[in-house]
Write a protein that binds this ligand. Structure first.
Ligand SMILES: Nc1ncnc2c1ncn2[C@@H]1O[C@H](COP(=O)(O)OP(=O)(O)O)[C@@H](O)[C@H]1O
Ligand SMILES: [Mg+2]
Length: 203
């Protein structure tokens, strides 16, 4: 039964590179927006619905397959429903590692290890993890890490090195004299340069 389909009727408006939500069901609260979708909390639940922008709806089915493959692993939200332009998954309370860096929240080595363990588990299930970056990693108040935005875990696709590159930068971050807080503008600037010259996740 498609219990949540009523919520997938979201309208968007594109302005240049940015996409904005123009209308959504009253039970939804916009929680995050990425490059392919908007993520809303669903009132009175512990769930979010990820509604894909019109040019990206095909990703819904692809991401649903990945969630089903990873079902039961502790570092991934659970999938509840998928439709032509949406998926419904667990709401993960916490902050993305991107937010941690802008707010000066310490990123512990144990978080890095949790991501590595999740990637090993995903690979052992035949997936090829990719697009693992600061905005796709959520730290919970209990110190657990969740990986989200999994469409680019599918088999046999081009593998990027973002996570390996981030780990290289983490070695500098840990040095005592390095700042532990960075402005959003600086991080977005670095991410832009990285996408443009090293690794464009849209390709
Ligand atoms: N299950 C979730 N729980 C909490 N926040 C989430 C969840 N899924 C996504 N988000 C938030 O929404 C943002 C966009 O979601 P994401 O799946 O990364 O979309 P995109 O594919 O467009 O990058 C994330 O960076 C995160 O802040
Ligand atoms: Mg994302």
């Amino acid at each position: 039964m498609n219990h949540y389909e009523q919520y997938a009727n979201v309208t968007f408006e594109q302005q240049g590179q940015e996409t904005y939500v123009t209308a959504a069901h009253a039970d939804l609260e916009l929680h995050g927006i990425g490059r392919s979708a908007a993520v809303f909390r669903i009132k009175d639940t512990r769930l979010v619905i990820k509604v894909f922008f019109p040019d990206y709806t095909h990703i819904a089915a692809e991401e649903a397959v990945i969630y089903r493959t990873l079902e039961g692993l502790p570092q991934f939200p659970r999938l509840y429903e998928a439709g032509v332009n949406y998926i419904v998954i667990d709401y993960i309370e916490g902050k993305t590692l991107f937010e941690c860096l802008t707010e000066g929240i310490w990123i512990d080595a144990s978080y890095i290890q949790q991501v590595d363990a999740a990637l090993i588990a995903a690979r052992s299930l035949g997936l090829t993890p990719s697009d693992v970056h600061l905005r796709n990693l959520i730290l919970t108040p209990e110190g657990r890490i969740y990986l989200i935005d999994l469409a680019r875990f599918r088999q046999g696709q081009h593998v990027d090195h973002q996570w390996e590159d981030l780990k290289r930068m983490y070695r500098f971050y840990r040095l005592r004299f390095m700042p532990k807080r960075y402005s959003e503008r600086l991080l977005n600037g670095v991410a832009y340069l990285y996408r443009t010259f090293v690794n464009d996740p849209r390709h």
